[in-house]
Design a protein around this ligand. Sequence first.
Ligand code: NAD
Ligand code: MG
Length: 398
Amino acid sequence: MSQSPIQRVTVLGSTGSIGTNTLDVIARHSERYVVHALTAHTSKESLLTQCLAHRPAVAVLHSEADASWLRQQLKRAGLPTEVNAGPEALCEVARDSSVDCVMAAIVGAAGLLPALAAAEAGKRVLLANKEALVMSGALFMNAVSRSGATLLPIDSEHNAIYQCLPSDHRGGLAKHGVRQLLLTASGGPFRGWTAEDIAKVTPEQACAHPNWSMGRKISVDSATLMNKGLELIEACWLFDATPDQIQVVVHPQSVIHSMAAYHDGSVIAQLGHPDMRTPIAYGLAWPERIDAGVETLDLFQVARLDFEAPDEALFPCLNLARDAMLQGGVAPVVLNAANEVAVDAFLQRKLGFTEIGQLVTEVLSRPSEGCAESLESVLAADQWARDQAVELVTRWSA
Ligand code: NAD
Ligand code: MG
C-alpha cells in the first residue's frame, strides 16, 4: 500500500473515451485520488451519472442551459456540486489551487486553453489532448518549464517512449545516447486496401478501429494516419526531437506501443494490451505503479509481432504533418485546424474520406504567415485555417 498523500484530480473531457477510462482507474484507488472537477461539452446525462458516482466539487458543461439542468438534478440528489458553464470555467478547474493533477482529455483545439492553464499553474498534467502540443508546442513546453509542472504523456506511443527513455530526458535525444524514436502505428482499419475502396469508406467504417476503442475524431485520424502525423509533431515537442529522428513503424497488432533506439544498437520497447488504462495509471501514479485493471500480456497468445513501412502514397496525411513540422511557424496550427474541420465534415457525410487529406493539402498550400510564439497568433492562425476549410467544404459538398 502506498503512503502517497491523496491527490486531487480534475478530469477535463470526463465523458469521453479517455475520461471514462481515467475514472475507471481512479475508482480502483479511492485511497489515492479524489475527484475535484468533471467536465463535458454537451453530454449532460453522462456527466450527471459521473457526478453521482464520483461526487466532484465542481462540474462544467458548455452551455448555461445544460449547466442549469445539471444543477437541478444534483440538487435533487442532495449533492453540493457547483455547476459552471463555458470555456473559462474549464480553465478555472484546471488551475484551481486545490488541484494536484489535471487529466487533459478534451478532444481538439478546444482542449488547448484549459491544458495550458494547468501547465501554467504547475500541475501534474496528464496530456491526452495531442492537439495542444501540435498547435502550441513551444508555448506549452515553455509554460511547463517556467511553472515546474510535471508533464506526463498519456498518448500510448508517447507514454511508451517516456517509459523507454532515462528518467530525466531533457536536453535532446543525443545527450542520452538515443539515435531514433520508433513510433508504432496500427495502420488503421484500411491498411492494405486499394485507393478505389478507400475513396468509398463511410464514417462507420472509419470509426471501427481494429485494436483501440476511441472517440470518433481520433478514430478517423487513425484511419487517415493523420493521427500518426499529429503524434510525430507531439513527439518532437515532448522529447526535443526533430522529425528525421522519428521513424513511423506500422505494427498491426498494437502490442508494442513505441520504442527508443540507442546508439549502442539497443532498442527498448514498451509492450502491453491496447488499453488506455495502462498509460493513464502510469500518469496518475508516476513514479509509482498501480493496478490499472489491465491483464499482463500473454505472449503465447500474441505469438507474433509484425512490422511494415507506412504506405505514404495511400495515406498522405502522415507526410503533410511531417512537412508542416519541418516548415514550422503556424503550419502545424493550420494543419490541425483544417483537419478538424475536414474530419467533422466527413463525419457529417459532407466530404469523402480521401477529401480529408486533399482539403488539408489545399489549406496548407494557401499563403498563411505568422509565428507560433504567442497565443494570439496561434488562435488567429487556427481561426484563419478553419475559415478557409469551411469555405472549401461548402464548395466541395455543393
Ligand atoms: P472523445 O470524443 O471520446 O471525448 C472528448 C471529451 O471532450 C468529451 O468529454 C467531450 O464532452 C469533451 N469535449 C468535446 N468537445 C469539447 C469542447 N468544444 N469543449 C469542451 N469539451 C469538449 O475523445 P477521446 O477519444 O477521449 O480523446 C480525447 C483526447 O485524447 C483527444 O485529443 C485524443 O486525440 C486524445 N487521445 C485519445 C486516445 C483514445 O484512446 N481515445 C488515445 C490517445 C490520445
Ligand atoms: Mg496514440
